[in-house]
Design a protein around this ligand. Sequence first.
Ligand code: 5AD
Ligand code: SF4
Length: 476
Amino acid sequence: MGDEFQTTKDTQTGKKKKLYIESYGCQMNFSDSEIVASVMQNGGYDTTSNPEEADVIFLNTCAIRDNAEQKVRNRLQHLNHLKKKNTDLTIGVLGCMAERLKTKLFEEEKMVDIVAGPDTYRTLPALLTEVEDGRKAVNVFLSREETYENITPVRLNSNGVSAFISISRGCDNMCTFCVVPFTRGRERSRSPYSIVDEAQDLFQKGYREVTLLGQNVDSYLWSENPEVISLLGEKKAIKQGADISKVEIVNFAQLLERVAQVSPLLRVRFSTSHPKDMTDEVLQVMKKYDNICKYIHLPVQSGSTRILEMMNRGYTQEWYEQRIAAIRNILGDTCGISTDIITGFCSETEEDHQATLNLMRKTAYDFAYMFYYSERPNTPAAKKYADDIDLETKKRRLQEVIDLQNELSLKRNQLDVGKTFEVLVEGFSKRSEDFLMGRNSANKVVIFPKKQFKKGDYVSVKIHDCSAATLFGETF
Ligand code: 5AD
Ligand code: SF4
């Protein structure tokens, strides 16, 4: 999950008003923007890719690191110029930053008319009505139930081949560095029936890949009777003698299997896995279905058990390594593995940092998202620990982590030279329309000559060259 950024594309369904939406942060936010576009379509808005012609501009924001918030503030300053030109323009801040700052945002950024947290998107048309009546409008209610399960997203972020399906919302983990439990609330799982329906619908529309999204997919747990889940969560069900044998309960492995059965031609991916919750049952389901991609994003954060403990990650370095060994045992060496790493967390010593570098070497990640620690107000770490590693050291350690990862990515890609992979075509290569771009099962980007192939095709590609980021191949 990088600090990515995405704007809307145009949808034309004959609505009078125009919405322009920009998304920051993680895939979950991009997926949420598609729900927002759907709610707004029902409220009389088409989306536009041009902010100049918009009646409403929404920034769907991220709060995970300070620089993610700074980016949004700069963007708001810029959009203020548009507001001066068009006094009817409404500007809304959605998502994690809205949830974190609440009405403070109105005081700090005068151009903002709407502040709406991640669980309030159904109320956006009502919030717009309040603004039309001349008021500022806010809703930052966090729900224990909202999963937007009956809302069909307007696919804004899609190439027509792959799409996101959100399977759960919120997070109960309480990693000490993380603002997400405060901005996205308690974890709740969406009905497997509505997830499978959405996957089927996408397949029928020509999509060939879905990515199941959740802050922690491995803790997905759904029952028709939500009380059962809360009892299970608190491990009370058995003690209380509740008869749960008659109630349908679906865990992540079972959900994955149901989605994989939609069609062998529909690839299934998922993100994000959590080392403390990733089960062998999930790995076995991945092995059983060719169309479940052999790729796991398994954030480690640090290779030092002492730091992991302070982060409240719920595992040790040894446990993490044992999970990697389970992936290698069950899925083999070609399974792609990526991670997230934070350098310079509170009290991190050179020895802790070396432990991270060692673990990276041992695991030989294909890819990593790497950050230096950014203290977030009111998180457990901000309350309990001093942010005592100076910026220069945080950045130096981050650079060492990045340099090592570049070496590892290249080495891992070199192992693929000479192999043949099935690649799902996503579109043209960035550099030339004579070449196509797609991914193999392990999530590696593969570039190859276009010939007669097109978007959505599965193509067998033999790899003849690579860089740290890309595989280059030939078809026969
Ligand atoms: N500072 C730096 N990185 C963070 N992440 C989460 N919170 C912070 C923070 N306060 C990183 C973690 C997480 C990813 C989404 O962002 O690595 O896995
Ligand atoms: Fe996504 Fe977390 Fe950023 Fe919210 S704070 S947008 S959940 S990465």
